[in-house]
Design a protein around this ligand. Structure first.
Ligand code: ITT
Length: 199
């Protein structure tokens, strides 16, 4: 079976991608299958740039089509923080959440969004990048144990549960990653020849 590499070291992302690819005839590998893959420095100025760099590095290193996402939480009242620095905002997940909540203390504007850029690379070049966004707000204290990252403090618009309270199937229908991935998949289905039947 053809396979594609998800260029991520984040096992939560891999888990989400496995579900999103469940109906596809393609085997998903991840960087866990390439333990010597060197870490990619995420020095881009945008989600798209970082996603492209990660996908291209993996495609070249693994010599198969690869995709990567760069994603994060963008909070309006914090001028877009943590944004592309979401993974590095503080040393641990709990501290990252605490930092956002502390900076938002007393703030009535809780508007935020998760953004996900997915880049696909094949045959040594970046083919395309796609973006998905889910709008929502930041609550006062964490709720829920599912998901990862900032999920316990993010309630998507139109819902009352945080991403961490929702079943994974629901998050995977409405999330930034699901939206970006649906666009990527549509592109791949339309442009299969670009991927030389490797996909
Ligand atoms: P890779 O670069 O190896 O894929 P990473 O975790 O470092 O793994 P990013 O650089 O894209 O990935 O950083 C994304 C961070 O944004 C992630 O660590 C979370 O803190 C946050 N984030 C992204 N998507 C999220 C989601 O669906 N739920 C909660 N937090 C998310």
């Amino acid at each position: 079976m053809a396979y594609i590499v998800a260029a991520t070291a984040n096992l939560h992302k891999v888990e989400e991608y496995r579900e999103l690819l469940a109906d596809q005839k393609v085997e998903l590998k991840s960087l866990a299958d390439y333990p010597n893959f060197p870490e990619v420095e995420e020095d881009g100025a945008t989600f798209r740039e970082n996603a492209a760099k990660k996908a291209l590095s993996a495609c070249i290193y693994c010599d198969v089509p690869a995709f990567a996402d760069d994603s994060g939480l963008v909070v309006d009242a914090l001028n877009g923080e943590p944004g592309i620095y979401s993974a590095r905002y503080a040393p641990t997940e709990a501290e990252r959440i605490a930092k956002v909540l502390q900076k938002l203390a007393g703030q009535t504007n809780r508007k935020a969004r998760f953004v996900c850029a997915i880049a696909i690379a094949a045959n040594g070049e970046v083919i395309e990048t796609f973006e998905g966004v889910v709008e929502g707000s930041i609550i006062e204290a964490p709720r829920g144990a599912n998901g990862f990252g900032y999920d316990p403090i993010f309630v998507p618009d139109g819902y009352t549960q945080t991403f961490a309270e929702m079943p994974a199937e629901l998050k995977n229908k409405i999330s930034h990653r699901a939206k970006a991935f649906a666009r990527a998949l549509e592109f791949v289905e339309d442009e299969m020849s670009v991927l030389d039947d490797d996909f």
